[in-house]
Design a protein around this ligand. Structure first.
Ligand SMILES: Nc1nc2c(ncn2[C@@H]2O[C@H](COP(=O)(O)OP(=O)(O)OP(=O)(O)O)[C@@H](O)[C@H]2O)c(=O)[nH]1
Ligand SMILES: [Mg+2]
Length: 197
């Protein structure tokens, strides 16, 4: 998070991370279309619409005094471009882990989660995370509780989960708002500690 007191602008970075083809790009395209800004996403894609590097866009909110600029990225799910994931994750303020809820994707979700942990090790607990159980519109889904147990969700205070169907636009705004809430709550908590110190 970057706070510019002269410009009165707060910049926040949110990244959509997850395994290949889980719906990261669809999620942010849906989000931007809900804001009427679908044209403003910059996507670096292959000819078959797979993300090569990232998708990127900015959403801005403003009150009379302050502007909040949210920089939104997706990572690529293709392992061939794995190096780009770490770069895209730099200085992230909040994560939306988009997983594919289909039974056959279970292992891929676990592998992707472990990869995410490997980038942050202990400090993963400092980053607000929303786990989005995407593709809820499909049949043959695994039980979300199994996934949450497998990743030891009880040990984390910084993670919440939500259901989404990015293709249908369901749950996408809720997920984004929740990530933003967690990020801002963490910021105010830290500020309070600073003031008390
Ligand atoms: N049925 C269904 N399909 C979805 C949903 N979300 C995404 N898809 C489909 O899943 C496929 C992959 O979606 P993308 O959004 O490109 O996935 P991605 O995670 O960005 O993929 P990579 O960047 O290549 O890793 C596309 O065919 C989407 O239409 C969903 O909620 N339901
Ligand atoms: Mg993509």
């Amino acid at each position: 998070m970057i706070i510019d007191h002269i410009d009165k602008t707060i910049s926040i970075k949110i990244v959509y991370f997850g395994p290949a083809l889980s719906g990261k790009t669809t999620s942010i395209k849906t989000l931007f279309s809900l804001f009427g800004k679908e044209e403003e996403i910059c996507s670096i894609e292959s000819t078959v619409n797979r993300t090569l590097f990232f998708d990127y866009g900015i959403v801005t909110f403003q009150n009379q005094e302050w502007k909040i600029k949210i920089h939104i990225y997706t990572t690529t799910g293709q392992d061939f471009y794995i190096i780009t994931r770490l770069i895209t994750l730099r200085a992230v303020d909040g994560l939306i882990f988009v997983l594919d809820s289909q039974k056959e994707a279970y292992e891929r979700n676990i592998i992707s989660w472990k990869e995410l942990l490997s980038y942050f090790s202990e400090c993963i607990e400092d980053i607000p995370i929303i786990i989005a159980f995407n593709k809820q519109d499909l049949q043959e889904k695994f039980n979300p509780e199994n996934f949450l147990n497998d990743i030891n969700i009880n040990k984390y205070k910084n993670i919440k989960s939500r259901y989404t169907s990015a293709k249908l636009g369901e749950g996408i705004l809720d997920c984004f708002e929740n990530a933003l809430q967690l990020i801002l709550k963490k910021y105010y908590k830290n500020r309070l500690v600073n003031v008390l110190n």
